[in-house]
Design a protein around this ligand. Structure first.
Ligand code: COA
Length: 276
């Protein structure tokens, strides 16, 4: 019974090269229990190298994206068992967020509803984020007497400015999807009714790009955030050189289509991948 519950805590389907992965504990507002965290890592690993998956979308069943950590099972139950259990639970959660940050394929958070505290970990783990205007984002930790741990304090300062971050963390006031877009927590907000449609459009744009270049690009953008300017320059030169040496077919075909054939313009869209 326990295994089945763990298995069902995350569901997914793959349609037209888009993997739609859902937090699936709607009755618990998709809060992250240790069982859900274990299952999510398995699901990410199942999907990461599948040929029929080009983009991963992370969303939630019901009214929540995720109400953060499971206060009962992640905090109280593991604390009762002692420090070892606490550390194990942390590792299970942080492990899949890290896997998501460095996922081989582009990822989109489709934030359909409540998004609290610990959920900022996977929110930042996704490369892009599109929210429902009706969604609610909050660092609710202050409301129950802890600091925004689990990376949440770091995520809020990575995504928005100092004053917004401080206000959000200290007051525990929620912001809706529109405000979250204004602050930079998500790329944009659309009405809930049109959310899946909008995310599908963006996923299809990504599916039309060279997948090797996409992976290199998303990793480069994440890596250079933590580097000095000169380190970034060096990293980018080396990474591009490695790609040119090992994986230049796509770019050579693109150059052919632009320079020789004049059949596309890089400034206006992607080259035709099917002719590689
Ligand atoms: N941990 C444990 N249980 C949670 C939970 C969480 N983070 N979030 C929701 N639940 C449970 C509730 O206890 C309730 O369980 P029950 O049906 O067994 O009583 C169930 O999910 C439904 O929650 P409820 O509060 O009735 O739903 P709501 O739609 O009225 O409110 C929230 C939704 C998200 C506003 C509210 O559940 C909430 O504040 N959750 C905690 C959010 C939070 O602080 N997260 C940060 C954790 S780091």
């Amino acid at each position: 019974m326990e295994d089945r519950t763990e298995r069902d805590s995350v569901t997914y389907t793959v349609e037209d090269r888009i993997a739609w992965v859902s937090f699936n504990r709607p009755d618990k507002r998709n809060c992250m229990s240790p069982a859900l965290n274990r299952r999510m890592l398995e699901v990410l690993e199942e999907l990461e190298f599948r040929e029929d998956v080009g983009v991963l979308v992370l969303t939630g069943e019901g009214t929540a994206w995720s109400a953060g950590m499971d206060l009962e099972q992640y905090f109280r139950a593991s604390e009762k068992e002692g420090l070892g259990a606490v550390r194990k639970a942390q590792r299970e959660a942080y492990g899949w967020w890290e896997r998501l940050r460095w996922f081989e394929k582009p990822t989109i958070a489709m934030v359909n509803g409540w998004c609290f505290g610990g959920a900022y970990g996977p929110l930042f783990g996704c490369d892009l984020a599109i929210a429902a205007e009706e969604a609610q984002f909050g660092l609710s930790e202050i409301n129950w007497g802890i600091l925004p741990g689990g990376g949440a304090s770091k995520v809020i300062t990575e995504l928005t400015g100092f004053r917004n971050a401080m206000y959000h963390a200290m007051t525990g006031e929620n912001v809706d999807g529109r405000k979250a877009a204004e602050w930079g927590l998500v790329n944009e907000a659309v009405p809930l009714a049109g959310l899946r449609h909008r995310v599908t459009i963006i996923a299809k744009v990504l599916l039309g790009k060279n997948p090797t270049a996409l992976r290199a690009t998303k990793w480069a953008v994440r890596r250079v955030r933590e580097m000095t300017f000169d380190q970034s320059m060096d990293y980018l030169v080396r990474t591009q050189e490695a790609a040119n040496f090992f994986d230049a077919e796509g770019r050579n075909e693109a150059l052919r289509q632009f320079i020789d054939e004049k059949s596309f313009k890089p400034g206006l869209g992607a080259y035709d991948l099917k002719r590689e």
